[in-house]
Design a protein around this ligand. Structure first.
Ligand code: LLP
Length: 430
C-alpha cells in the first residue's frame, strides 16, 4: 500500500527511521515517499491503459513543486485551479499543454495567463465565464480549447463540503443546460468548445456514482454530436478514494474495471480521456510527524497536546475526517498491525490528540485509543499527503511546517520550515 511501515518497533520510510528524520528536520514535518507517489501513479496508468488517458495530477491535493516534478517526469499532466497552481505546474516542469484548468472563479488575469501559456484545456463552469474567456482570447488573438463542466446530478455519497456533482452546487452547469450552452457557444472562433468535464466529488468510495455520471454524459455527447458539435475530449475529474483505514478504498483497477468498458470504444474512435486524480496518488505517499508537548488531564478527558494542529492538518476539524495516528516508536506490544479507528490491544487509553491553536475545534483526533504517550514522544499522522500541507495555514502566527522527500534511502528537504521572520516578511514596515 505504501512505504511507511514499522520495523524493529519503529516507523520507517524507505528504510529510514522516522525518528532520525525528525531529529534532523524537526517537527511538525510532512514526510513524503517518492516510491509510493510514483507507484500510485503507475497503478492508475496501468489500470486505465486501455483508455490511454492523460493523467492530470490534481495540484491542489499537494502542490510542492518537487512532488509535481516527479509526476511530470513520468508524463503526468496537471489539474490546476488557479493561476498560482498553473505557475506552480510550469515551474515544476509540466508543459502548459498538459495542464487542465478548472475553477468557478477564474479572474481575467488568470484567464489571460492561461491562454498566453497555452494551457491544454480550460474547464469552463458557466455561460458568463465562457463569454469572458472568449472575449479575452479574441483580444489576445489566441485560440484556446475549452471543455464544459457539466453537473450530472449524481450523489457521490461523500462529505457535503466535497460533494460537487449534485444539482444546486456552484460547480459546472446542469447537464440539461449543456445543449443550449453548446448551441450558443459551440462555434466560437477563439474559444473552441470541444470537451466535457465532470468532477462529482471527493473521495468517492464506490464506482456507481462514476458509472451513473459517465452514462448520462455519454448520452449528452451523442446528442451534441448529432447536433453537429465536435466533442473530442472527456475529462472525468478526480475523486478516487484512498485508504485512511486499511482496505477502505477500492484499488485503481476496481474503478477502471467499471469505467473503461463504458468509454473504451469511443477512445478507439478518437475520443481523448483525461483523469484528474489527487488524493489517490498522494494521500498515502505522505505522513505528518508531530511531537507531544504536554500530556494533560481535564475532567475525565486526557489530552495529548502536540506541535501540529488544525493549522498543520485541517481535515479532522473541518470534515471530521479520520486519520490514523500512532506513536513513531511505540512501546513493545503496541506495534499496529493495520490502520483502523478501533484497535484491539490491551493497555490503550482514550485521548484527544490536539494542537497548540486557541480553538476548542483544534484537534487531530477525538477519543482515540492510543498507547500511553509522554512529553517528547513522536507521533505519526498517516494518510496526510493529500490536502494536508496544501490546506495548512499560519493561523496564530505559527510558521508553516517543513516538507521532506524520501527517495531511495535518502531524505531531503523540499520545503524549509518557515521562521518567525517569514511570518512578517510580506507586511509593510510598521
Ligand atoms: N478535479 C477537480 C475539478 C476537483 O475539484 C478536485 C478536487 C479534483 C480533481 C481532485 O480530487 P481528488 O482526486 O483529490 O479527490 N479538501 C478536501 C478535498 C477537496 C477536493 C476538491 N476538489 C479534503 O481534504 O478531503
Amino acid at each position: 500500500m505504501d512505504d511507511f511501515d514499522y520495523r524493529h518497533g519503529e516507523l520507517h520510510c524507505g528504510g529510514l527511521g522516522v525518528s532520525t528524520i525528525a531529529d534532523r528536520f524537526g517537527t511538525p514535518t510532512y514526510i513524503y515517499s517518492a516510491a509510493t507517489l510514483l507507484d500510485h501513479h503507475r497503478k492508475l496508468a496501468r489500470a486505465f491503459a486501455a483508455l490511454n488517458p492523460l493523467i492530470c495530477y490534481s495540484v491542489k491535493s499537494s502542490g510542492n513543486i518537487n512532488l509535481c516534478r516527479l509526476l511530470a517526469e513520468e508524463g503526468a499532466g496537471m489539474d490546476v485551479v488557479s493561476g498560482g497552481e498553473l505557475h506552480r505546474a510550469i515551474a515544476a516542469g509540466c508543459p502548459a499543454e498538459r495542464c487542465v484548468y478548472a475553477g468557478v472563479g477564474k479572474t481575467d488575469a488568470e484567464i489571460e495567463f492561461a491562454i498566453l501559456q497555452g494551457v491544454g484545456v480550460l474547464n469552463v463552469e458557466s455561460e458568463a465565464e465562457f463569454e469572458v474567456v472568449a472575449a479575452i482570447a479574441a483580444r489576445l488573438q489566441r485560440t484556446c480549447v475549452a471543455a464544459l463542466r457539466v453537473n450530472p446530478d449524481v450523489d457521490p455519497k461523500t462529505h457535503r463540503y466535497t460533494s460537487t456533482g449534485r444539482k444546486e452546487t456552484k460547480f459546472g452547469v446542469d447537464i440539461e443546460r449543456a445543449r443550449a450552452f453548446f448551441a450558443a457557444y459551440g462555434k466560437d472562433r477563439w474559444c473552441r468548445l470541444t470537451g466535457i468535464h465532470l468532477h462529482i466529488g471527493s473521495p468517492v468510495y464506490s464506482v456507481q456514482p462514476y458509472v451513473d455520471a459517465i452514462t448520462k454524459t455519454l448520452a449528452l455527447m451523442d446528442e451534441l454530436r448529432a447536433a453537429g458539435h465536435t466533442v473530442d475530449t472527456l475529462d472525468l475529474g478526480g475523486g478516487f478514494g484512498a485508504d485512511y483505514e486499511t482496505g477502505q478504498s477500492p484499488e485503481a483497477s476496481v474503478y477502471a474495471d467499471a469505467i473503461v468498458p463504458l468509454v473504451e470504444e469511443r477512445v478507439r474512435g478518437g475520443l481523448r480521456v483525461i483523469l484528474e486524480p489527487g488524493r489517490t496518488i498522494v494521500a498515502n505517499a505522505g505522513i505528518l510527524i508531530t511531537r507531544v508537548l504536554y500530556m494533560k488531564q481535564s475532567g475525565d478527558k486526557t489530552f495529548a497536546i502536540c506541535d501540529a494542529g488544525m493549522n498543520t492538518l485541517l481535515r479532522p476539524c473541518h470534515y471530521d475526517a479520520f486519520h490514523f495516528i500512532w506513536p513513531v516508536a511505540p512501546a513493545a506490544g503496541f506495534v499496529p498491525q493495520r490502520r483502523a479507528r478501533t484497535m484491539q490491544l490491551d493497555g490503550l487509553a482514550l485521548m484527544d490528540v490536539v494542537g497548540p491553536i486557541c480553538e476548542s475545534g483544534d484537534f487531530l483526533a477525538i477519543d482515540r485509543p492510543l498507547p500511553p504517550l509522554r512529553r517528547g514522544d513522536l507521533v505519526a499522522v498517516f494518510t496526510a499527503g493529500a490536502y494536508g500541507m496544501s490546506m495548512a495555514s499560519r493561523y496564530n502566527s505559527v510558521p508553516l511546517p517543513a516538507e521532506v522527500l524520501v527517495e531511495g534511502h535518502e531524505v531531503r528537504s523540499i520545503r524549509r520550515r518557515e521562521t518567525w521572520d517569514d511570518l512578517i516578511a510580506h507586511e509593510c514596515p510598521a
